[in-house]
Design a protein around this ligand. Structure first.
Ligand SMILES: NC(=O)c1ccc[n+]([C@@H]2O[C@H](COP(=O)([O-])OP(=O)(O)OC[C@H]3O[C@@H](n4cnc5c(N)ncnc54)[C@H](O)[C@@H]3O)[C@@H](O)[C@H]2O)c1
Length: 318
């Protein structure tokens, strides 16, 4: 099987590639990635000999054509940082919506066997009580989540209109190795390691449902293998934590003072709580394998042991 993974040089994509190489060593993996600020060949250096890498933009038809024929597409490529989307929404609409459209057209041209869209819990918006099910309405709050929601609707429309064999996964907040240090957990870990203030929005009470990246990667493969065509699957591990709790755990683990915490002005349109009902995928037989606290400790350890990976990024973002 020839598998196209777009956005494979990013955080979840590169972990997913490792997962797939281990599980299906006989399949061919082709990665298409534009190498934006978030995409790094460093993320793939240990697997480069085992994959085909194509540098290209999912929004550009010629770039996508460079891939040639393939059997399956996993679309991870996206602009992903909410804060950036509130400053410049255009590139989010372009990559996340237009790029997805371009891939769907490619999928039609090549008559692919399955198209898997990697989406997010953020498309549902915030929820005070209870948890979102797959059939709940989409009510995104940021240009990022609105662009992802637009992509989800297009993917569904291609299933209904053209019978394209699609699946959509919507996971909660990921953490783990190779996450760009603009997202909450790597920012907190690296600032704590450098005795710098840990910025926390508002009063730190916003709640996210955390999942270790390898659990998400295994769940995406599970949906690919067992999911029903045309369906959406929520993926979460039931680890709801306030942002301030995450900061506290990291400081404690690194033996740093709580006085490093700095509350900063809240982000506009900041969703208060994300929560997913994951009964649908659980009923199919998937369950997370990693315990939140252990996976967070592993992630802290990974940062301590892999200064080569993050040091250049701190220089760039000074
Ligand atoms: N990180 C999370 O917590 C999370 C949670 C749920 C869903 N998701 C979704 O998972 C996917 C991957 O997220 P991530 O955290 O790994 O993102 P990331 O920002 O780390 O990586 C995105 C990758 O896409 C590539 N890319 C961006 N624009 C491109 C374009 N036009 N053409 C080709 N490649 C392009 C980048 O170079 C990078 O390699 C995204 O679709 C995101 O919406 C992420």
């Amino acid at each position: 099987m020839r598998i196209l993974i777009t956005g494979g040089a990013g955080f979840i994509g590169c972990n997913f590639i490792r997962c797939m190489l281990e599980r299906y060593p006989d399949d061919e993996i082709v990665v298409l990635d534009k190498l934006t600020y978030a995409g790094r060949l460093e993320n793939l250096q240990d697997v480069m000999g085992k994959i085909t890498f194509v540098k290209g933009d999912i929004c550009n038809r010629e770039d996508v054509e460079k891939v040639g024929d393939c059997d399956v597409i996993f679309n991870f490529a996206a602009e992903t940082h909410v804060d950036r989307s509130t400053i410049d929404a255009g590139v989010f609409v372009k990559t996340d919506v237009l790029g997805t459209y371009n891939l769907l057209e490619y999928a039609r041209r090549y008559d692919i066997e399955k198209y898997i869209q990697i989406s997010t819990d953020e498309v549902y918006g915030s929820i005070e009580k209870g948890s979102f099910k797959e059939e709940d309405i989409l009510d995104p709050s940021s240009p990022y989540s609105a662009s992802k929601a637009g992509a989800d609707l297009l993917v569904r429309a291609y299933y209904k209109t053209y019978g394209l064999p699609v699946l959509i996964t919507r996971s909660s907040n990921n953490f783990g190795p190779c996450q760009y240090p603009e997202k909450l957990i790597p920012v907190l870990i690296l600032n704590a390691l450098h005795d710098k203030p840990l910025p926390i929005y508002g009063e730190g009470k916003n709640i996210r449902d955390w999942i270790y990246v390898m659990d998400n990667c295994e769940a995406i493969d599970f949906v690919f293998q067992k999911g029903k065509i045309g369906e959406v699957y929520n993926i979460g591990a039931g680890n709801e934590r306030m942002n301030i709790e995450i900061a506290n755990i990291i400081l404690k683990e690194l033996n740093k003072p709580m006085s490093l915490i700095r509350f900063v002005e809240d982000r506009p349109g900041h969703d208060f709580r994300y929560s997913l009902n994951c009964e649908k995928i659980k009923k199919l037989g998937w369950a997370p394998r990693y315990k939140f606290e252990d996976a967070l400790k592993e992630t802290i350890k990974w940062h301590i042991e892999n200064e080569w990976w993050w040091k250049p990024l701190l220089e760039v973002n000074k």
